[in-house]
Design a protein around this ligand. Structure first.
Ligand code: ZN
Ligand code: ZN
Length: 344
């Protein structure tokens, strides 16, 4: 197993269930041991699970009988230590689990499980890249409708429609579409604000297809924003391109973050870059590894991360430029293929 001190992993979170089974289900639990993989679900998924999870022992169980069945299986498998997802289960879940599994030793295993997902296979990278292509195609399609007078909400709605129409199963996360001053709020929610000619337009969005997410941000304008915002766009773009040029396997998340952060700091905007440089992307939109000021994780080939420096000035506006890349031995492979100019 992944860690010798744990005999069986009880996986409840949708993201980890998706990872270890390859299928999306709204309910169920996975039990992983060195010799067997079990999938507990209810009758709604019986045929689907039996037909798709050939290497699993599929057990159909009523929710009320789950723990009795689990205990029986753990005993049969001779498991003593059970890893559980401490970052996912609620206090209530944990109390139930603790009572039901009183004959077993419970060990937190969220990190061990997250680490299994951190390096992507080529198949996973292909899926992420496909989601990225869908997102780019949708953005290209809606650019012509971005004109003075259009609202953030309208742009967001069109973008969502085009992503779904281009093959996305859902959005990777709620679209961020912000105009003018609103772009100073990194996680702005699209409103009825209308675009004015000289405002910045920040769009941060992603598609989810075949279970995998994409993530990108572009900041641009139709007119002529004030000089400081123009300068900031140039600084963010430089910081990003420097980071993209230098990130590679072997460096820590912190070192990657500092590539962009030092440049932004040197230009006087250290405080205005209030978030980390990037995050892992996969089944979840935010997963390991983090490229942040505190991240000691060492990057390895096959990790998929965003590179997204930003500068935000309250009352004025903000710029973020985000690409999605695969870490390689000596460089990164950029999965994003979309113009980054201030004037698209
Ligand atoms: Zn993003
Ligand atoms: Zn991101």
């Amino acid at each position: 197993m992944f860690d010798n001190s744990i005999d069986a992993y009880l996986v409840n979170s949708p993201a980890n269930r998706r990872y270890f089974t390859g299928i999306d289900t709204s309910a169920g639990a996975v039990l992983l041991t060195a010799t067997e993989k079990l999938f507990f679900t209810d009758f709604r998924y019986e045929n689907y699970a039996r037909n798709t999870l050939r290497d699993f022992n599929v057990i159909i169980v009523k929710p009320s009988e789950f723990y009795d069945t689990l205990v029986r299986e753990l005993k049969r498998l001779d498991a003593r230590t059970v890893g559980y997802e401490e970052l996912f289960v609620t206090v209530n879940d944990y109390r139930q689990m603790e009572t039901a599994l009183s004959d077993f030793k419970l060990e937190p295993a969220s990190k061990i499980l997250a680490d299994k997902r951190i390096v992507k296979t080529q198949d996973e990278i292909d899926k992420i890249e496909n989601s990225q292509r869908i997102a780019e195609k949708a953005l290209a399609k809606i650019i012509p409708m971005i004109k003075p007078g259009v609202t953030e909400r309208e742009v967001s709605a069109e973008l969502m429609f085009e992503m779904i129409r281009s093959g996305a199963d859902s959005l990777a996360f709620d679209n961020i579409v912000s105009f003018g001053e609103n772009s100073a709020n990194p996680h702005h929610h699209p409103s009825d604000k209308k675009l004015e000619k000289n405002e910045l337009i920040l769009i941060d969005f992603g598609a989810r297809a075949n279970g995998y997410c994409s993530d990108m941000t572009r900041t641009f304008t139709l007119g002529s924003p004030n000089d400081e915002l123009k300068a900031i766009h140039g600084i963010v773009l430089e910081a990003q391109s420097y980071a993209l040029k230098h990130i590679k396997a072997g460096m820590t998340g912190m070192e990657a973050d500092s590539l962009a952060r030092e440049y932004i700091r040197a230009n006087g905007y250290g405080k205005e870059f209030g978030h980390s440089l990037g995050h892992g992307v996969g089944i979840e939109i935010h997963e390991s590894p983090n490229l942040s000021e505190k991240s000691e994780i060492v990057l390895s080939p096959g990790m998929v991360v965003t590179v997204e420096p930003g500068i935000y000035i309250n009352g004025l506006g903000g710029v973020r430029i985000e690409d999605l890349v695969v870490v390689r031995e000596d460089d990164v492979l950029n999965l994003t293929n979309f113009n980054k100019n201030l004037y698209l």
